[in-house]
Design a protein around this ligand. Structure first.
Ligand code: PLP
Length: 357
């Protein structure tokens, strides 16, 4: 059918729809492209929010990825349980329970390195109290810098310098973190200029403020990771590349990433000029405008919890269609298992984290 990526990516037999379909070969291809683009797999600390799949943590480690970025305590737990040696909890929480949970996970895996973000004095105080006197030796705190995204972090300046100084004094300083998710201009040149300026500012700030000139710096997402200069202390943390998305195909085609995640849906009703699919808001991420939530040549007319109404004639109830999500991250987390097309061409159902935090 039109708009569908092809029947090779449809799991065999009577699988229940909607379901998540992962193409492992595409993920491996995307890893190779991403590692090359950032100057080597050692510079990569991929965000796991995109997939939340323990089997992919293991697979990425087998391919040389040594460190992972996470957003929630459940992701930290999952990554450590999968055997990762380094995890960054990229969330400046001031919630004692969340901090306690992450710290408990770190204590269960004392051989792994864990760094967490702080961007305020209450955050530092909370961590210091939670760590107490028996600190796990491999736990440290990173100062989160706000590069203009306006979400978390402190702007480069006096306050950032003072907070970093406090971390050093407390023996907890693990480096810097900066996420530049606001730099997503589809024009490569404009993006490169913005990243260049930001990198210059950051290096000047860190050079001046950094108590440890060799401190680790983690920056960037999928739109910018290849534009940061190859500084020896700098690692990059894109995540969306793992499954890529329609937006990447439009804006970041130079990476030649392949689509790695789809939703298999069934046409339940056909009306002549439109059809209804069994994949609605609970099956496809809904953080983008309606028209961009998944690829459909004749447009998406409506989406409700369990239904999508799409344009176009010629559909028949029972037709199965593979939908390419506009944003794979917010689609993948809707599923606690996925059909995975393996490297050997065989299919397996694999567990992954669903929406839990
Ligand atoms: C803090 C942080 N780092 C890295 C990423 C990965 O960015 P991307 O999804 O563009 O790869 C995200 C994504 O939301 C993020 O929030």
């Amino acid at each position: 059918m039109t708009g569908s990526p092809g029947s090779a990516l449809i799991p065999p037999g009577e699988v229940e729809t909607p379901c998540l379909v992962i193409d492992h070969r595409a993920v491996r291809h995307n890893l190779a492209r991403t590692a090359t683009a950032c100057g080597g797999v050692g510079r990569l600390i991929p965000h796991v929010k995109t997939h939340r799949a323990p089997w992919l943590i293991t697979d990425l480690m087998d391919q040389g990825v040594a460190a992972f970025k996470t957003a929630t305590p459940a992701e930290v737990e999952m990554v450590l349980a999968a055997g990762a040696r380094e995890v960054l909890w990229a969330y400046p929480s001031v919630n004692p329970r969340a901090v306690g949970r992450v710290l408990a996970a770190a204590r269960r895996y004392p051989e792994a390195r864990l760094s967490a973000l702080v961007d305020s004095r209450p955050g530092i105080d909370l961590w210091r109290a939670a760590l107490g006197t028996e600190r796990p030796p491999r736990v440290g705190l990173r100062l989160d810098i706000d590069p203009g995204l306006g979400r978390s972090g402190v702007p480069m300046g006096r306050e950032a310098r003072a907070l970093a100084g406090e971390l050093v004094e407390a023996g907890l300083f693990a480096g810097w973190h900066l996420y530049d998710g606001h730099l997503h201009d589809p024009d490569d040149g404009k993006r490169a200029a913005a990243v260049g300026q930001l990198a210059t500012d950051l290096m000047a700030f860190v050079g001046d403020a950094d108590p440890d000139p060799a401190a680790d710096i983690v920056v960037a997402g999928s739109y910018t990771f290849d534009l940061w200069p190859p500084h020896a202390c700098l690692r990059v943390s894109p995540g969306g590349w793992i499954y890529s998305s329609l937006r990447h195909a439009r804006d970041l085609s130079h990476h030649e990433w392949r689509q790695g995640a789809y939703v298999l849906a069934t046409v339940i009703t056909a009306h002549g000029v439109s059809a209804t699919l069994d994949a609605g808001l609970k099956a496809v991420g809904s953080d983008l405008p309606l028209a961009e939530r998944f690829g459909w040549p004749n447009g998406i007319m409506d989406m409700t919890e369990e239904h999508s109404v799409v344009g176009g004639a010629g559909e028949t109830p029972g037709n199965r269609v593979l939908l390419t999500p506009g944003h794979a991250c917010t689609t993948a987390y809707l599923y606690s298992e996925a059909w995975v097309l393996g490297l050997d061409g065989g299919w397996q159902k694999k567990r992954q984290m669903g929406i839990e935090r």
